[in-house]
Ligand binder design. Structure first.
Ligand code: PLP
Length: 470
C-alpha cells in the first residue's frame, strides 16, 4: 500500500478504471431536455460493445461468455425483440410465455431425469439458489415446526446460498472437503440436526468445477428425511452431454433418489441470453412453498411464483429459442469442443508445468494451485498478456473455465505457452507482492475479515457512484 493510499489521485485513478468512458462520452446526470438521437445512441452503444467484446471473443477469458457465437446472439436478440416489452405477469395477454416457460422446464426436466416436469424459470443462478433455500425453509417450518433453520453445505457451495441464508435468517454450517476437494460426507452428516432444512452438493462447484459425491449425499438426505439441493447452475447444461460423450460423470441428477431439487443455468452452458436459470423440484409440494398469493390487498388478488414481479417475455422467449435451435446435436457438438479444449489444457499443465498442480480432475474447467510459486504472481503475468482468469482463495488458486470462445483453434496451445511464461515470471519475482493478490494479503490482517469487508464495501460504493464528475 503506497503512502498516499486514499489520496485524491488514487480515487481518480480508481474512478477512471471503473468508469473508462467518463472522459470520452457524454455523462448524463439529468434526463436530457430533448432526447438524444437514436442513431447517436446506437453508435455509442455499438462502439462500447465492440470494444468490450474484443477480449472475450479472442478466447482469452475464463467463463462468463459460454456461447461466443455472435450469429446465435443476434438470433436470440431478434427473438427477444418480439417480447422485450411484454410483461409475463400478465398471462392472459401473453399465453406464449406460458407455453415457452413450460417447455423450458419440460426440456430441462427431461435432461436431468426429473420424474415430472416441476420447476420455475428464474433470473439466474443466485436467484434459483435463493428460491430453493426459501422453499426448504418454508417446508421445514410448516412440516416440522423448525424455527431456527440451518443449512449444511460444502465450503465450496456457491456464495449466493450464503447471501440467501443471510437474508432469510438461516444458519450456514460449512462442511469441509476431502483431500480430493469434494465435500466430506461423514463430516457433513455430523453437522445435520433436527433444524437442518436441507443439504447441498455442487455439480460442479464454482471454484474447481468438481462434482460432490451426490450419490452419498442422496443417501444421507434420505436417511435423515431432509432435502438435497444440487447446484448444477454451472455444470448442469454441460454434464449430460459429457456423459453421452463417454466422460466419467458421477451420478448427480434426479436419477439419484435423494435429490429433491436442482438448479441449472440456461444463461451459462444453456447458451441463452443473460438473465435466466431453471430451478427444478422433484415434487410439486416443495415448489408450492415458493408460491406467493395475496387475497386481501387493495390492488387486487395477487399471485406470483417467486420474488420477481414483472418479468420480460423477451428473456423467456429467447431462452426457449436458444434451447430449441441448439438442439441436442448442437449442445453435444459444443460440449465436445469445450471438453476436449479443457483436456488439452489439463494435459499441457501436467506435462510442461510441474510447478502447478491441478485441483481434482475437473471436466470443463482447470483449476490450479502451487506449492512452488505465488499463483497471484502467475495471474499478474497472465493479465499482462491479455488473459482473464478467475482468482480463488483458500487455497490460493486460479481457474480457467472453458467456454465456447476458448475452443477456437490455437487458444489452448497459446494459453499453455503463456502460462509457462507466467510461471517463469512468478519464479523470477518470488517473494514480491502480487498486484492481483491484494485481497490475499488483507486476509491475513489481525482483524482481516472486518477490514476486508469494509474495503469490499468501499469498492461497491465506488462502483455505484452515479456518473462521477471528471
Ligand atoms: C456453481 C454456481 N452456482 C451458482 C452461480 C451463480 O450464478 P449467477 O451468477 O447466474 O447468479 C454460479 C456462478 O458462476 C456458479 O458457478
Amino acid at each position: 500500500m503506497g503512502e498516499d493510499f486514499g489520496s485524491a489521485s488514487d480515487l481518480e485513478r480508481m474512478l477512471d478504471d471503473l468508469f473508462p468512458y467518463r472522459r470520452i462520452t457524454e455523462t448524463y446526470r439529468r434526463i436530457p431536455e430533448s432526447g438524444a438521437s437514436r442513431e447517436e445512441v446506437l453508435t455509442e452503444i455499438a462502439a462500447m460493445s465492440k470494444a468490450e467484446d474484443a477480449v472475450g471473443d479472442a478466447g482469452r477469458v475464463s467463463g462468463s461468455l459460454y456461447s461466443g457465437d455472435h450469429e446465435h446472439y443476434h438470433f436470440l436478440a431478434q427473438v427477444f425483440e418480439h417480447f422485450a416489452h411484454a410483461n409475463v405477469l400478465q398471462r392472459d395477454m401473453y399465453p406464449s410465455a406460458t407455453k415457452s416457460e413450460g417447455e423450458i422446464i419440460a426440456m430441462a426436466a427431461d435432461l436431468f431425469h426429473d420424474p415430472q416436469p416441476v420447476g420455475v424459470v428464474t433470473s439466474g443462478g443466485s436467484d434459483s439458489l435463493v428460491h430453493a433455500l426459501y422453499a426448504y425453509r418454508e417446508e421445514a417450518r410448516e412440516r416440522c415446526g423448525v424455527r431456527m433453520p440451518n443449512i449444511v453445505l460444502p465450503v465450496t457451495a456457491h456464495v449466493a446460498l450464503r447471501k440467501g441464508a443471510h437474508w432469510m435468517g438461516i444458519d450456514v454450517r460449512d462442511a469441509p472437503l476431502t483431500d480430493s476437494f469434494v465435500v466430506d460426507v461423514d463430516a457433513m452428516a455430523k453437522l445435520v440436526d433436527d433444524d437442518t432444512i436441507a443439504i447441498v452438493g455442487s455439480a460442479g462447484d464454482y471454484a474447481h468445477g468438481l462434482i460432490d459425491p451426490i450419490g452419498q449425499l442422496g443417501e444421507l438426505a434420505q436417511d435423515r428425511g431432509i432435502g438435497l439441493h444440487v447446484d448444477g447452475c454451472l455444470g448442469g447444461f454441460l454434464l449430460p452431454w459429457a456423459e453421452q460423450l463417454g466422460y466419467d460423470v458421477p451420478p448427480w441428477d434426479f436419477r439419484v433418489p435423494g435429490v429433491t431439487s436442482i438448479s441449472a443455468d440456461t444463461h451459462k452452458y444453456g447458451y441463452a441470453l443473460k438473465g435466466t436459470s431453471v430451478l427444478l423440484y422433484r415434487d410439486a409440494t416443495l415448489r408450492a412453498r415458493q408460491w406467493f398469493a395475496s387475497t386481501d390487498w387493495p390492488g387486487g388478488l395477487y399471485l406470483s411464483p417467486g420474488l420477481a414481479g414483472s418479468r420480460s417475455g423477451g428473456l423467456i422467449a429467447s431462452t426457449w429459442a436458444a434451447m430449441v435451435t441448439m438442439g441436442r446435436a448442437g449442445y453435444l457438438a459444443k460440449a465436445q469442443a469445450i471438453l476436449s479444449t479443457n483436456d488439452t489444457i489439463k494435459a499441457g499443465i501436467r506435462r510442461d508445468i510441474p510447478e502447478l498442480s491441478i485441483i481434482g480432475d475437473p471436466l470443463f474447467m482447470t483449476s490450479f494451485m502451487s506449492d512452488v510459486v505465488d499463483v497471484y504472481l502467475v495471474n499478474d503475468a497472465l493479465k499482462e498478456r491479455g488473459w482473464r482468469m478467475n482468482a480463488l482463495q483458500l487455497p490460493p488458486a486460479l481457474h480457467f473455465c472453458v467456454t465456447g470462445p476458448n475452443t477456437q483453434a490455437g487458444v489452448a496451445v497459446d494459453f499453455l505457452a503463456n502460462l509457462r511464461l507466467a510461471v517463469d515470471y512468478a519464479l523470477e519475482h518470488q517473494g514480491e507482492p502480487a498486484k492481483s493478490g491484494a485481497m490475499y494479503g488483507f486476509g491475513a490482517m489481525p482483524d482481516g475479515d472486518q477490514t476486508l469487508r469494509a474495503v469490499m464495501g468501499g469498492v461497491l460504493d465506488a462502483m455505484h457512484v452515479a456518473a462521477p464528475e471528471v
